[in-house]
Design a protein around this ligand. Structure first.
Ligand code: NDP
Length: 496
């Protein structure tokens, strides 16, 4: 828990400086076209800054810089122990600039500054530290060919990585891509979402302060259709790592096929089920975590537990507990440490979420919430919302809403629960609550999800792979497995 008061945060916010230019070749530069876009605080509607809007020309410059840096070998061929030192320094700088980075996140996309200061920024620092510490402990292989041949199988960095990331955890999503890609020796061109460019720009500046050579990490703010597309289609980008919507993920596959067949790794949408069985001994804990699983970060979480599947005999008790928790999670000023939920990322997204809420009101029973509200007369906020008696075929049970909207669905037995849980185009995460060890294993084995959390929700750590099945994407962020995305295996065969 950060120790700063509401007044402290307001004071710090009034003094904050926004980096509003692109970061290319180690310098802040305007877009070649001179174009900018407005970055707006969704909690107040105020424009924070006009930010460089990168186009094809800027992407070319950033990719050339990244390529030059890669070919120079200053980073790509540096000893892993050196890369470790620099990335450890970066982790430390993130910690030293915690308040500033937390504020950038909160002002830019509406999340609670308290969460950014206790979860997002420390999480990013921990991930840089984890890859820094790992990279000089990853050994290569010698193939068992026998005498007369020595066959080395080594991992090499790929070259230039394009990273296109969303606005829900701006610094964390940038880190999930950059930390392993940089640790492995690549250069990166990072495009943050237009709603949330500031922490990525500050990250690049801090990375240079930590000792990353110029050109190894470039940040190109801009619109998806221009800057994002230009990266996706660039002939000199070797790999494109993306987190965002399934629809845009599919576009990146097309860009790749129509350009240089660059590797594409996608972490996309989700509609994660949370299964609560009647033999769960602690329904209060299940209710606490179910509420956290859908209301944390305003529900703007790809793995949000947006479908609550509850065994019929405990369903009403569970809904009652959730209503109490929703009442205690009303939106408030994101800079106030006492607030429980922040603003939606922008007015357009709030309107999208409200379209789902209105659809839900027609097909299910609204038990709490269901309204868009303002805080201090401003901003785009949505009440924590729960629908009961949802049918698995309802739109609110099928589409990713990306807001604080929970659909409760009753089931009678294990088979039915598994069948409803798996009846989705997505397969990112799932949770289940039971006191039976056998049931936990039986069901975890059959759920189509990249992560199954038992008696908790949305468990993750730098040590464990994160990513999806089906249309939630492929490839894994976090853990040593993510190094597979940013390296290629090279076989060197020596006869002697
Ligand atoms: P998008 O998928 O549109 O955005 C993610 C990233 O892709 C952003 O950097 C965006 O840039 C970029 N992008 C957008 N369009 C293109 C394009 N045509 N070519 C290349 N890059 C592009 O997500 P949204 O922000 O629009 O959110 C929409 C929905 O996506 C949400 O409601 C949610 O369902 C899902 N989503 C999932 C996330 C996850 O963590 N899995 C995160 C965010 C959203 P720009 O923002 O500048 O347009």
């Amino acid at each position: 828990m950060s120790e700063l008061s509401h007044k402290d945060w307001i004071g710090k916010a009034s003094a904050i400086r926004f980096r509003d230019k692109a970061f290319i070749d180690g310098k802040f530069v305007a877009a070649r076209s001179g174009r900018t876009f407005a970055s707006v605080n969704p909690a107040t509607g105020e424009t924070l800054a006009e930010v460089a809007s990168c186009g094809e020309e800027d992407i070319d410059l950033a990719v050339s810089s990244a390529r030059r840096a890669f070919q120079s070998g200053a980073w790509s061929r540096a000893k892993p122990a050196h890369r470790k030192e620099v990335l450890l320094r970066l982790a430390q700088l993130l910690r030293e600039n915690l308040h500033e980075l937390a504020l950038l996140e909160s002002l830019d996309m509406g999340k609670l500054v308290k969460d950014a200061a206790t979860i997002d920024v420390p999480g990013s620092a921990a991930i840089f530290q984890w890859y820094a510490e790992a990279i000089d402990k990853v050994y290569d292989e010698v193939a068992p060919t026998g005498s007369g041949d020595l066959v080395l199988v080594r991992r090499e960095p790929l070259g230039v990585i394009g990273a296109v990331v969303p606005w829900n955890f701006p610094l964390d999503m940038a880190t999930w891509k950059c930390a392993p890609a940089l640790a492995a020796g690549n250069s990166v061109v990072l495009k943050p979402a237009e709603q949330s460019p500031f922490s990525a720009l500050r990250l690049a500046e801090l990375a240079m302060e930590a000792g990353l050579p110029a050109g190894v990490l470039n940040v190109v703010p801009g619109l998806g259709e221009t800057a994002g597309q230009a990266l996706g289609r660039h002939m000199e980008v070797d790999c494109l790592a993306f987190t965002g919507s399934t629809a845009v993920g599919k576009l990146f596959l097309q860009y790749s096929g129509q350009s240089n067949m660059k590797q594409v790794w996608l972490e996309t949408g989700g509609k994660s089920p949370n299964l609560v069985f009647a033999d769960c001994g602690n329904l209060d804990a299940a209710a606490d975590m179910a509420a956290f699983g859908i209301f944390f970060n305003q529900g703007e979480v790809c793995s949000a537990n947006s479908r609550l599947l509850v065994q019929r005999s405990v369903k009403d008790a569970m809904v009652e507990k959730l209503v109490q928790r929703a009442a205690a999670t009303q939106p408030g000023d994101p800079l106030d440490p006492a607030s429980k939920m922040g603003a939606m990322v922008d007015a357009r997204h709030a309107a999208n979420v409200m379209r789902f809420v209105e659809a839900g009101k027609k097909t299910a029973r609204l038990v709490t919430g269901g309204e868009q509200v303002t805080v201090n007369g401003r901003g785009s906020f949505i009440q924590p919302t729960i629908f009961d008696e949802v049918s698995p075929s309802d739109i609110i049970a099928r589409d990713e809403i990306f807001g604080p909207v929970l659909s409760v669905i009753a089931f009678d037995d294990e088979e039915e629960a598994i069948s409803i849980a798996n009846d989705s185009v997505y397969g990112l995460a799932a949770s289940l609550w039971t006191d039976s060890l056998s049931r936990a294993h039986r069901i975890a084995e059959r759920l189509h999800a990249g992560t199954v959390s038992v008696n908790t929700v949305d468990a993750l750590s730098p040590m464990t792979p994160f990513g999806g099945f089906k249309q939630s994407g492929f490839g894994r962020d976090l853990s040593l497995h993510s190094l597979d995305k940013y390296t290629a295996l090279k076989t060197t065969w020596i006869k002697y």
